[in-house]
Design a protein around this ligand. Sequence first.
Ligand code: MN
Length: 409
Amino acid sequence: MQRTSTQKTKSPITARNTTKKRQLSKKSTPTPIPTTTTTTTTQSIHTKTQAGFKQLTKKASYRSSSINTTKKTSYSFKATPQFDTVIDYQFVSTERNVSLVGVPFAFGQPLQGVDKAPQDLRANGLADRIKAEKWKLNDHGDISVPINVEHTHETRTTPDGTFNMKSGEIVSKVCQDTAEITSKHAAKGDFMLTLGGDHSIAMGSIAGILKARPNTGIIWVDAHADINTPLTTPSGNIHGMPVSFLMKHPHCQNIPQFDWLKDYPALNPNKIVYIGLRDLEDGEKRIIKQYGIKAFTMQDVDRHGIGAIMDKAVRHLTNDRRLDIPIHLSLDIDGVDPLFAPSTGTRVFGGLYYREAYFICEALAETGLLSSMDLVEVNTSLGGGSEAADRTVKIANGLIAAALGNRIL
Ligand SMILES: [Mn+2]
């Protein structure tokens, strides 16, 4: 009950972004406006901030021409505010390109079907949702994943414990390809959208993003921390390990298959924030505490509400908003409660409610800092049939749209 109550006060996230827009508008206000109209113009900037800069200049020149000439112009409805304003994504070029890449990959975990997600999401109107938010879409298709690959399971005893890793070779290959493509398109200034696949692919997408935008901060939304190492994992499934690989945890170094990661920057443990955790293994708890990683569990969401959590999360990454850095959202659909996203491989009840999940994406969009995103672990073969699959795909696409600027009003 507590969790569903929404925060009524205006979040500092929004407030700050509005301030930025004001400054922008002021700076670019044309100078030749007669002094007599200055007051009016300034007022209109303050009252019509949401209408955007274009409309403001239009209005300003309308006023100034009506003063400077004797021509009587009746008020035109064209000058009324436009409501289709778009959020300024600071780290994305003004062309507003979304680069989309699918990673139809399932070898980071044991269940087939998660590899179909990129096609499932596309088939349910993803392109239209993206374009509706005034983005250009450049769909690069899917990373090629070798089929008929033998599942390997490497186990051996080391001085520090048992090394346990499944399908290392193929996970590594696909992640390396993913890293190359995300790095390339992020470097061009595109919003990079990566569709999994299981969550192991975030090792690739985030490595690539960190190469193109090294100071990126990560928001990791998930029921699980995915921070096991080959020495702490009970299962050997790599979708439970990408964060440790990205941080270059000592257990994840000197693994020959993953040599390519040496060419990519390590993820600083201060630059990742978890939201929605509720199912952690002992080894993971230890690593999170040891590295002092900021983690908001479902208990924190219950206690503070998602509004406060998003504010804290963004403040953590941006040094209390003194630092503007790109933000990457790695969204595991299992972070959302199975009531709303049943079609996924590792369901855990007590997750994010429908609006809480949306709010995370909306709040990140409002910062203007979001510049890349993963959507992973949708598996339409699971969850109880087509109604469940449909519900899951719909919320997944809806969350992507929210991250790209879709708002209720
Ligand atoms: Mn995950």
